[in-house]
Each structure stands twice: as structure tokens, then as C-alpha cells.
Design a protein around this ligand. Sequence first.
Ligand code: ZN
Length: 554
Amino acid sequence: MTPDLILTNARVLTMDAGRPEAEAVAVAAGRIVAVGARAEVERLAGPETRVIDAGGRTLLPGFVESHLHLVLGGAELAHLQIGGLHGAEALARAFRSFAAAHPERPLLMAQGADYGMLDRPVTRQDLDAIIADRPIAMTAHDHHTVWANTAALRAAGVLHGAVMPHGHEVVMGPDGLATGELREFEAFAPVIALGGEARLNLGIATGEEPSPWPAEAEQAIDRAKVARGLRHCAAHGITSMVNMDGNRYTLELLRALQREGGLTARVKVPFHFKPHMELAALERAEEMRRDFDDEWLSSGFVKMFMDGVIDSRTAYLLNDYPGMPGLRGEPLFSPARFAEIATEIDRRGMQIAVHAIGDGAVRLTIDGYEAAQRANGRRDSRHRIEHIEMIDRADIARLGALGITASLQPPHPPGAMDFPLQPTLEVIGRDRWRDSYLWRTLAEAGAPVAFASDWPVTDVSVLRGIGAALTRAPYEGCADERLGLMATLQAYTAGGAWAAHREAITGRIRPGLAADLVLLGGDLLGTAPGEIGGMGIALTICGGRVTHAGAGFA
Ligand SMILES: [Zn+2]
């Protein structure tokens, strides 16, 4: 078949062990048809073939984002961005100019707050001092806490408290009113709803479907937000993504975009199993798997949360938090219940992805996967654990032995990219730093590794993530946890594709696979690690179609 596209004069890093490097790639009808030396590939060109001279830039398989929240990320692009801001004055300035620019918004929502932003716990009064007459709120960068002012708490109906499921909390003050701190998704869902984003929040908050089912006009609003998120990801070279929250509505929005030609990446969306659900809820997961199963849109996996996060001390630890006798967080599922659920999901032939941050949550999750394997026999299940921010030494070798993927986020360790060292390192405690944010230790012990951003928890930029992965400094007295450049690239491409059961579609540059490619702004191997984050993306190609073109390539 005559290629419709040839990319030549590139430094091609294929991530394919059979031919790790090449100079040119030919694409026809959405698939890679040739990979090789320039002369060899260029002579396949016909009169209609578009030939792109890559000018010596690096060509990689399109990035596989193994853990993100596309719908939330897309919506949040329209919020106030306060990542990196510090102090009441800077916060006030940002909020007030945002308020002036958006007089019509029912909720002024900000993204990316640090827990230490005001050097003490944030209260509704702190936010009232910034703006009192309109609802305002800000989300912690980890998305596990929201702080709201009094107007927002009142409008959301939680100022006087609210009954919440286990693990979610409207924090109350001694005055009998909410302090302004809302912990975990269901506690802040009523505030998010003020901004018109309740429908899009369901996938992470409750895992339920919008009811009533949104009218076409509402769906169009939501689709536009998702489309914006997709464009943002395409600009960062992403051609595949694993969404880490979801419901059927998310898939329906994506399917409508697919029909319009606006789906610029392959997306996997899970069924979100919440603690209150019965096993029978897995029927809905099965329906999602059955109804969405092509090379672009698929489901077939179940997402669960085992605990919260370190900063708010909701991560479940094996030992007490330093200086907090008796406090070690709590798992969202008991060991027996999780083992039962994991066994049932596994029996149905679906994959499981569990958010587990504390070492207690990680152990409990491994135990459950092990129980599933004991009950059902060893399948090609590829169950995964998301984050693994702390792990007990005794559990490290169990990941590899059980074939559990470590789904890790290079931007997450404090100090690695945008997150400050404190308060996280203090909350972990110095004697546990050596067990925190392990990458190389897990990989060397045999765990398959997939890298991701957890966008919008951090910047979705894969290049910045690669930079963070390669430049991260060890904590005092701890081992160097960096993987090498090739292993890092692998975790952002082929490793991610494998972890998503998609290695037969994407993740490597090899004839027969989908033409999912990213041309970087320069020569990666000739660029210092500290400069990689700023390289830029020249071209993103997904399924043979250009989904992003940088300057000079439009
Ligand atoms: Zn996440």
C-alpha cells in the first residue's frame, strides 16, 4: 500500500526490542507500514504521499498517559490556576482579578493549592477575607481536599455539616459550623456542583450516572470541556490515555466526540466501584466493557480507591503517622471485603486498578490480588496499583511475583517537579523516606512500571514528567530511585500500553501497529535532562492523523 505519510530524517526510538532505532517511518490507513533507514522508507513514497522532514528530531511512539482524569482536567482548564502561589496576598490578588474577569460565574473555582499555602490550615474565614459576597473555593493539587468560603458552603448546603460516607468529611469547627475544609470527593461534590460541573464530577465522586440523563444541550457543554482536555493532551504528545475515574456517561461523551471526528486519543474508561456498592454493581462494568470495545474507546477495568493521600493523613499506613499516636488512616475496604470484590472482578475477566498510597493500603491491595489469583488461578489480569507512595520492604518483591503493575507518577514525589517538599516529607517522617516514592527499587524487583501525570493533579506534560523522572534528587540518606532514559521512555510508551492491555495496538513503532507517533521539538538524546521539559512537541499523530502540529509543522 502506498503510504499517505512518511516521516523521515528523524531519530526514531521505536521502543521495539527487534529494531530499537531507525531513521524513517511510513504510515498508511492509520497504521505503521514501514520502519527503517531513510532510503529504504523514502522510496515507498507515491505522488500523493506527504513527506515530512523531521530535521533530526526524535520520533517516539505516541505517549501513553497511564493515569489521568480527562474530564476533570478538561473542565479545570477554565478554572483559576494557583499552582505554586504562596501566601494570602498572592492568593487574594489572583482570586480578585479572576472574579473581575468572570462576573457571571456562580462559583469561582481555583486549582492547584498547596496544603502549606498559608502556612497553617486554611479556613473559610481566610477565603472570606479575599471574597465574601460570592462563592469561592480552591482545590488542593492532589484533588483530595477543597477549601470553600462561607458563601460557597452556605450555597452548597454544607455550612452546618453533612452526613458523609466513610472517608469523606465536612470538617466542623468548635462553633458548630464547617471550617471550610472538605475532605474527599463526596464532601466537596456539593460545592463543585455550584459551578455546573456536578455531572462531570460523578465519575470520580460516586461512580453513578447523571440522573436524569443530561439533555443534548447539557451534553454539548460537557463534550466541549472533554474536547478541550483532549486537545490539551494532544499538544503534549499523548495518543493513548487511561482515565482513572468514570461511568457510562463519560464513555458516551467520548463516543459522541468519536463520531464527530474529535477523538484525538485512544481512551480507556473504568467502572468506578465505590465502597457502598454491592457486587451486583459489577453488571454495569460488564455492560460498559461490552458496549465500548474498539481500538479507540474501551472499558474492561474497574477502578477503586483504597485510601486517601499523605498530606491530609488519609493515606492508610501500617504504622502511626509521626507524632500522632493512634492515627494511621483507614482503608476504604476491609481486607476480607476487598479480597471478595477483587476475586469477583477477576473472575469476570476484568482488570483492577486500585489507588493505594499508604503502605497499609498497598499491602491490603496486594493481599486482595493474591486472594483473587488463589481463587481463580493465574490469568493475564495485569491488575495494577496506582501511586504506591509508601511501601513496606516486605511487600516490594510481591508486585513482580504476582505480576502487579506499579502505576507511578514521576511528577508526584515532593520536590521532583511542582510539589513542595513540605508538608509531605514531614508527614511521612524521616525514617520512612527510604520507603517512599520508590521507582527503581520496584522495577528491579520485577514490577512492570507505567508512568503518568495524574492530570489535573499535576501538569500533564509528558516531557516535563520525563525531565522530573531523570532529575529527581534522592531524599537525604535514600537511594537514587531514577530509572534510566530508555526505561523512563518505556514507562511512558510501551510499558503503559502493556499495562492497559493495548500492546497489540500501540506503544511501539513497529509495522502493523497503529500510527500513534510523537515528534519532539528536538533531539532527545542530545538534550540535557534539565532541558527536556522545555523541548516542546513538534507533531502528534494518532491513528495516522495529525492531532497537534507545532510551529513549522502546521
Ligand atoms: Zn488519579
